[in-house]
Design a protein. Structure first.
Length: 230
């Protein structure tokens, strides 16, 4: 039979493991309870905030005063609702959503997130700016095209395709020959939809680039996305 003193470390280890399991279980219960509470609060507040947003968007000019004293939870919910609305609404309403998003400070927050040290935060910020069709964010998105992380650059390409004017779209043409194929393919996808707006830039790139892959992509765009004679 092993001496009691030899079993002491084993007993301590078992107790420590049991304590860790108990703490984990308590943490999971607390987290589940907090998630359920947030869900109940969201279900209660979302209809109220959605109604306020619709009224604000339909007013001229866009009314922001109902949202000035919102707490942090409600502000996050308002931002989420606006991003969801931007998926479905276009035209003047789309402009009103972008204006409200900017006036409530969400636009500047996303631009700040583009400078985060976390690549996922930068990529998500770029995607949100594209989703909201924020034209004021074009300069920041153009800078994001130079990001060292491929996810950020890919999101920035898509975002500029959503909100960019012809001048900013021209900045995507050089990415047809990007060293990263994911970025190059995303640029080609965007220009396949909007290349008719910048035919001269695509043609000039095809004539001058030293990238074989980029030249082929540009020629394909000229033959499909760009109207003959444009």
């Amino acid at each position: 039979m092993a001496p009691a003193i030899a079993l002491e470390p084993l007993r301590n280890g078992v107790l420590a493991l049991a304590g860790a399991v108990i703490l984990l279980a308590v943490f999971l219960l607390i987290e589940r309870g907090a998630a359920a509470q947030r869900s109940r609060r969201t279900r209660r507040r979302e209809p109220v905030l959605s109604q306020l947003l619709f009224q604000s968007i339909q007013s001229s000019p866009v009314e922001t005063s109902p949202f000035e004293r919102l707490n942090r939870f409600d502000r996050r919910l308002v931002r989420s609702i606006l991003l969801g609305l931007s998926l479905d609404l276009r035209g003047d309403t789309d402009d009103a959503i972008a204006t409200l998003y900017r006036d409530l400070g969400f636009l500047q927050r996303d631009i700040t997130r583009l400078r985060s040290w976390l690549p996922t935060r930068r990529a998500n910020a770029a995607a949100d700016l594209g989703l909201i069709h924020a034209k004021d964010a074009i300069p920041a998105l153009a800078q994001a095209l130079k990001d060292g992380d491929v996810r950020v650059r890919q999101a920035a390409v898509w975002a500029i395709g959503q909100v960019g004017m012809p001048e900013s779209l021209s900045g995507l043409v050089r990415l047809l020959g990007d060293r990263n194929l994911v970025v190059a393919h995303r640029a080609q996808e965007v220009l396949a939809e909007r290349g008719r707006e910048i035919p001269a830039a695509i043609l000039r790139y095809a004539e001058t680039t030293s990238s074989r892959a980029g030249r082929l992509a540009a020629i394909e765009l000229i033959g499909t996305a760009v109207e003959p004679g444009a």
